[in-house]
Design a protein around this ligand. Sequence first.
Ligand code: SAM
Length: 587
Amino acid sequence: MSSFLEVKNRVLSKRDRSSRGRIDQHAVTICSLINSRPEYYTTSSCSGRFHLYRGVGNKSDNADTKKSLGKGEGGFDRFRIHHGFIKDGEEARRYFNLETLEEDPEGGGDKIVEVDQYENLDVGEGDGEGEGEGEGEGEGECECEGDGEEEEEEEEEDSPQQPPPQSHPSIPSIPLTFNESSLIWLRYESFILHVCAISLPAADALMSAARRAGYKTVGVQSSGATSKVDGKVIVQILGDEFLETPLFSTPGYSEILAKMVNDRQRRNWDKIGRFEREVKGMVYEEGRGGRKHYDVVGDVAVVKDVEVGGGEGERVGVEIMESNSKIKVVAVQNDSLSGVQKRSNLTIVAGNHSRMGKDGGLVTTHQEFGIKCLVDLNRTFFTARMGPERIRLCNCVSRGENVLSLFSGVGLEGLMIAGRREISGMTFVEINPVAVNCLRRGLELLGRNKAVVVKGGGMAAKERVKILEGDALAILSDLSDEAFDRIIAPRPKEGGKDGDLSDGIAGAEFLKAMLPKLKERGEVHWYDFAADHEVEGGCERTKKGVEDVVGEMGWRTEWLHAGKAGSGSIAKRQFRVCVDFRVHKKD
Ligand SMILES: C[S@@+](CC[C@H](N)C(=O)[O-])C[C@H]1O[C@@H](n2cnc3c(N)ncnc32)[C@H](O)[C@@H]1O
């Protein structure tokens, strides 16, 4: 029987088979929060959407109906899938204009992604995955497109537009001349999430959090009683907003419908926000012993606040090794990270002491969700506590993007994106030669990694990567303008300029140098350091600093996310935070 963690790693490292190749923007944070807890992993999600459709039933009926009627006839067709909201009357008239369905298939809704290099990608079909996890699991994160068997089953059960059985004696058929299957309908569906929990008590804890957030349709879909996998309880959380109506060309009707979907979408997103807060505050922890807390990077356990001499270090080291057979070395970190390049000062207290090289290097291979990287724990910056943040970043990336990973260190976030997302390019920038060397070796590992899920495997992913060694400011000045769809910038600390007592905008120089490299409507993940009260207040100081710089350049900031980056603090009541924003250069 596979362990829960093994299955979680396997499921979360699978290729996302949704058409956009990513989790919906408004579901990224809640999925990351859930996945950062050892007791859960998400198996599919949709943040809430509306679309137009023609036909009877739902998407899963399509193949069968078309088969029985012949190619091109009948079936169920969906148009203009939209995960956002409609801004104004002009957008409403465009979206609900039924005359232009053919020539304007997006209608202002989600971009229909067409990336040349992936034009033959068989999105939505099996790709040899799913080693016995079964029951709709591992279908990719977003169940918005092509996947999510569970949701399709749900649609069949609940779908209110299913025609009553014609033969039922008590329901007379009303003779009408129009053909229902030729009507175009609007359907709004709210948030849906499927989560696998390690146990029934863990499932209960999550369902209680969802109910406190206001979700009423919450339940266990499968108890795991017959599962081949250790602890497989599937929880479904379903938003309550819904709307379904046939469309007619009546003047003013578009604006009314737009208001209706917008109101539902806003209530739906508010509820997701409440759910995020509830999950953050969840106290449930599956049976943890009273052992000293330690971080695991590869086969090394790193423990803090332990005396190296006097036998304490050795005692703690042996206890950790006995409790976890995968750990080969235990090292104590008592100093804080030093220098711009954030080197540690580790002392091995248990395990193979010769692992510390003469050059002071302590090297290990670390793996997260199937993607590996090489880390020199003593001479580069790396923390396993950023694991949930790396997954969150990866989930923000859409198919076809060109990504810039600044201050990349050993590069796990970028390697994960290159190995799990169908991007067009990834450029790493890092100043520390030891980190760059680790990154080059990590890239070799990516090239050989059978777990890489993008088309063409590890070799194709590797070929899309470029590594630039040196100072970010100097390198940025050589890169072309408007080259990147997304920039990831976990900037280094800047002493007095950082934190709530700062006397300036830390990292402003980097921000000014990187923003011109972003495409119109490109997105940035900008990291800062903030006190606990600032995090609770929504990182306003960090946001203001960013808005000032973006404004100076004559552009507009659209906020997408603000919150703690990863788990744990960097010092007492001090946190690394990340704000995500989109830059509008033209409006
Ligand atoms: C906070 S670490 C982030 C590392 C990695 N992205 C992570 O999150 O694990 C910052 C990294 O920026 C690098 N760095 C510092 N100053 C830099 C500069 N001027 N140009 C490029 N890289 C720099 C450091 O060597 C370090 O690896």
